[in-house]
Design a protein around this ligand. Structure first.
Ligand code: FES
Length: 116
């Protein structure tokens, strides 16, 4: 492991336009190759938790197999369909033929409460 990155796949098994799910931190994580750049996304649609890895990938747009919501696989942002929430993304690195992923460090939400 390197800085929390865990090997999850071989780059050579994911040609451009391909995606697969892997297990990471007890979650299903979708790894997608978009034009030679790899991205990671929680493999769960924000609408009814359908596995996005069973959907379709067209360029950087991934479409849910259940009700066809579309997300930007690079950012997890919804583009259309019955969902407003982002899909959580994972950080991905490639070294040689190994694809590594990690959950992003948690972001500090809001301000810490001040004393007094
Ligand atoms: S479960 Fe994905 S759009 Fe409904």
């Amino acid at each position: 492991m390197r800085d929390g990155f865990v090997p999850v796949a071989r780059a050579s098994e994911l040609s451009p336009g391909a995606m697969k799910w892997v297990a990471l931190d007890r979650e299903r994580v979708l790894i997608a190759n978009v034009g030679g750049v790899f991205y990671g996304l929680l493999d769960s649609c924000g609408h009814r938790q359908a596995p996005l890895s069973k959907g379709t990938l067209d360029g950087h747009i991934i479409e849910c197999p259940l009700h066809f919501a579309q997300f930007d696989v690079r950012t997890g942002k919804p583009l259309s369909g019955p969902v407003a929430a982002d899909v959580p993304t994972y950080e991905v690195q490639v070294d040689g033929d190994t694809v590594y992923a990690r959950r992003p460090p948690p972001r500090c939400e809001g301000r810490a409460q001040e004393k007094g």
